[in-house]
Ligand binder design. Structure first.
Ligand SMILES: [Zn+2]
Length: 287
């Protein structure tokens, strides 16, 4: 009897460990803050060889994550001011001319939330992958949310390295003023957002000093990793590094880490700016 009791306890424990309690995300929506392009791929990834060069029009990925404990937005795209052809009112002219953002007002994160049945006020946490202009653009639309970002990324946003200071990829207007007093969860590495393993912030530096990605475990059992700019697009996975990096060593280490997660956890990876991936799965719910 006693042995049976122990067996029953072990079986119960196994069920507890494997229960969907650690996979509570109901659904995830992939949105885009308009598009960049078209431009030659080697404008972004100079190492792409001639025979693989092509023109690309790329998404500016943002994610809406629906968890029972609260709604999450992962990246807020280009600032609203860039919408409807007004890029040069907010970004350096050179970035407008090169990136050619096509964002319309309805592409902005608050409109995207409305489109799928939510309001910006309902968002409990905003995770920002990094402080570049196409990822942190609209954090000011979420004054009541917890803002999840690596502490190092905040340092870098406010005082970029000299070699990155003049290009205008950090737009101080995106995170100054009221955003100074936001409720920041300042991270130093990975973080399990709801304490249940379902939404994990993964430290993936290199593209910037404090870049981070997100892993989501859906109730269905599917695991998704949203890399944002740790991996722009498939070419980076194929060994052609991005042309804009804080540290190429950290960038390569982060790609290796993400490939390990993909292979060991059987995860699906979604890149920040991949034309083909977006065509196949953008503007959709994942369950
Ligand atoms: Zn980007």
């Amino acid at each position: 009897m006693r042995k049976l009791g122990i067996v029953a306890a072990l079986v119960a424990l196994l069920f507890t460990l494997a229960s969907p309690a650690d996979a509570q995300v109901k659904q995830v929506y992939w949105a885009s803050s308009g598009f960049f392009g078209p431009f030659p791929i080697n404008a972004l990834i100079p190492s792409v060889p001639k025979e693989k060069q092509r023109d690309v029009t790329i998404p500016v990925s943002m994610w809406i994550i629906d968890h029972p404990k609260g709604l999450i937005v992962f990246d807020t795209g280009n600032n609203n001011a860039v919408s409807d052809g007004k890029c040069k009112s907010h970004w350096a002219a050179g970035n407008c001319d090169m990136l050619k953002p096509s964002q319309k007002r309805e592409d902005v994160i608050d409109s995207q939330l409305k489109k799928v049945g939510y309001s910006a006020d309902q968002v409990k946490a905003v995770i920002t992958s990094h402080a570049h202009l196409d990822h942190i653009g609209n954090i000011k639309m979420f004054p009541k949310a917890v803002h999840v970002i690596q502490k190092k990324e905040l340092y870098q946003a406010w005082w970029p390295e000299k070699f990155q200071r003049d290009g205008g990829v950090f737009v101080v207007g995106d995170f100054d003023g009221p955003a100074r007093d936001f409720n920041y969860l300042e991270l130093n590495g990975d973080y399990d957002l709801f304490g249940d393993g379902s939404v994990t912030v993964l430290s993936t530096p290199g593209h910037t000093l404090g870049h981070q990605s997100v892993r989501v475990k859906l109730a269905s059992g599917k695991t998704m990793v949203m890399t944002q700019d740790a991996v722009w697009m498939q070419e980076n996975m194929d060994g052609y590094p991005a042309g804009l990096n804080y540290s190429i060593k950290d960038y390569s280490d982060s790609i290796t880490r993400l490939k390990m997660i993909r292979d060991l956890e059987n995860a699906e990876m979604y890149y920040g700016h991949d034309q083909e991936q977006w065509k196949a799965g953008g503007g959709k719910w994942y369950k």
